[in-house]
Design a protein around this ligand. Structure first.
Ligand SMILES: Cc1cc2nc3c(=O)[nH]c(=O)nc-3n(C[C@H](O)[C@H](O)[C@H](O)COP(=O)(O)OP(=O)(O)OC[C@H]3O[C@@H](n4cnc5c(N)ncnc54)[C@H](O)[C@@H]3O)c2cc1C
Length: 485
């Protein structure tokens, strides 16, 4: 058997989601070349164990035909997803994917305030630069220094929400990840001016806009393991044909998404105990509006959130009008409803879809190495997650009812523990409370391993913020900029 060749590289990024691409874009503002390891192929899984089928039974609508990609992801990362866990989305295998949602939380300050002052300021700065660069739609002001106004109209009346001022809740409007510049300063952007395909800021759109002419070498394989080799890092990968590839890098930047990154780092540090994956448990609700709400988009994002004021055990409910993609998927999920398709489409404009999201103190996902089977188990525990979600949802229902905005009926759908697609906080940035082997410093370098950087959701512990991607992107850009110097 011939020895495996080793390719020597300088800086290598793992994964090609929005965290990695934003790191790369900031890094290449001053540097010339970078390497990326990210798989873009399908594996032959015909002989593999069908152990994770339950987890991907109902992919979210946006992920439509991504079944094979999700399976490839589980298989190659050697995950075994327990029966009581649901799809670990945001993990599609194959780089430059197109499926993530649309909202970025505009409340970015609180969740980064525990970091060093300079770190928090730099993340804020990178966030605002990112909004301006891409002309995303939304409005946010953080003191005098950070202001952004490219606001959009909500296509239905929310005047009743003014009453929230004196209640336990408050209103928050997310930033929507559509690229659009408003023409007149005073006018708000109308959603009907948006071209969903061209304006949505996905990985592939970001790549085409900023990176397609840059010197980026893609290595089409996935990372199995890393280990130290003197002052460098060995990266062992597998390609489509199961051939091993070996790279020796000066610096490795992880952007392979929280769950895959955590697994690779746990293996590297030989951590055998359980690690908690932070997330936002979610319940989907459908309310029936008294007014008709016309949405011009095929897949409308959530346009506002109602958040609870309490700091402890906070939750939010976001709202989007009924739209074609979601109503079609209701019927796909339950074929018994097929004869009612006509009626469902008729009432479509009266449907309001809501996600109740709990904060990460209710997290109920864990990962652990199973040494015997050489896999990583992802599981959840018996906890009253659904009961807590239902209790919060009922509060929102009663509130909307008291405002005479909805009819007194609703329908809940619990997609399962873990089916919220926001995974984070496994390898957090150090602070007084956090000093573990599984942590990074303020520069996002892994503890005691200065040439391993982590720029995905693993490093941030979100609490108030219910749409994590904005801060993840800002932080990745911050590190990219630092390393470019
Ligand atoms: C349906 C859906 C809706 C969502 N909606 C929202 C929303 O509205 N707002 C929000 O803030 N967030 C949302 N999220 C979450 C958001 O998508 C994630 O936070 C985001 O994708 C994280 O970006 P990332 O670059 O860190 O990781 P990812 O986007 O997961 O990218 C990881 C990359 O690493 C690659 N990879 C995986 N394993 C390996 C390996 N072993 N070796 C090499 N490469 C590997 C993958 O192929 C991919 O290219 C949503 C997610 C889903 C699935």
């Amino acid at each position: 058997m011939s020895a495996i060749e080793t390719e020597r590289l300088d800086v290598v990024v793992i994964g090609s989601g929005l965290a990695s691409l934003n790191f790369i874009e900031a890094y290449l503002s001053k540097k010339r070349k970078i390497h990326v390891i990210s798989p873009d192929f399908s594996l032959d899984l015909s002989k593999s164990e069908e152990r994770n089928n339950h987890a991907i039974k109902f992919l979210p609508t946006q992920m439509g035909k991504s079944f094979t990609k999700a399976k490839n992801y589980y298989f190659s990362n050697k995950f075994s997803i327990d029966q009581n866990c649901k799809l670990l989305g945001s993990l599609e295998f194959g780089g430059l994917s197109n499926y993530w949602g649309l909202q970025l939380d505009s409340e970015i300050s609180e969740d980064i305030s525990y970091l060093k002052k300079k770190t928090a300021e730099d993340i804020k700065k990178a966030f605002f630069e990112f909004l301006k660069k891409n002309k995303l739609i939304g409005k946010i002001t953080l003191g005098k220094k950070f202001k952004y106004d490219n606001d959009y109209e909500i296509p239905y009346k929310i005047s009743f929400l003014n009453k929230l001022k004196k209640s336990d809740y408050y209103l928050n409007k997310p930033i929507l990840a559509f690229i659009h510049k408003k023409k007149k300063i005073k006018k708000k952007i109308s959603l009907s001016d948006i071209n969903e395909k061209e304006n949505k800021l996905t990985s592939s759109v970001f790549f085409k806009r900023y990176l397609k002419n840059k010197d980026i070498k893609f290595h089409n394989c996935y990372v199995e393991k890393i280990f130290k080799n003197k002052n460098k890092i060995n990266i062992l990968c597998k390609d489509k044909n199961n051939y091993t590839k070996n790279f020796l890098a000066n610096k490795v930047i992880f952007g392979s998404g929280t769950v895959a990154t955590t697994k690779i780092i746990m293996e590297f540090l030989n951590i055998n105990n359980e690690v908690k994956i932070k997330h936002h448990p979610r319940l989907i609700s459908v309310f029936f509006s008294k007014e008709k709400i016309k949405s011009p988009l095929t897949f409308t994002p959530s346009l506002f959130q109602i958040k609870s004021r309490s700091k402890k055990n906070s939750f939010s409910a976001d709202f989007r009008p009924g739209n074609k993609l979601i109503t079609n998927s209701i019927i796909e999920l339950n074929w018994l409803l097929y004869p009612l398709k006509f009626i469902i489409n008729l009432v479509k404009d009266r449907l309001i879809f809501s996600n109740v999201l709990l904060d990460s103190s209710f997290s109920n996902l864990y990962i652990r190495k199973d040494n015997k089977r050489k896999i990583f188990k992802v599981y959840s525990r018996e906890k009253p997650t659904l009961e807590i979600l239902k209790e919060k949802q009922l509060k929102i229902f009663k509130f909307l009812l008291s405002q005479n905005k909805i009819f007194p009926i609703f329908r809940n759908f619990f997609p399962g523990v873990g089916a919220d697609y926001h995974y984070f906080g496994t390898i957090p940035m150090e602070c007084k409370k956090v000093k573990s082997r599984l942590s990074v410093n303020q520069e996002c370098q892994l503890r005691n391993n200065k040439n391993i950087y982590i720029v995905d959701g693993s490093v941030i512990d979100f609490k108030k913020n219910k749409y994590p991607l904005g801060v993840i992107i800002a932080n990745a850009r911050r590190i990219g900029k630092k390393l470019s110097k």
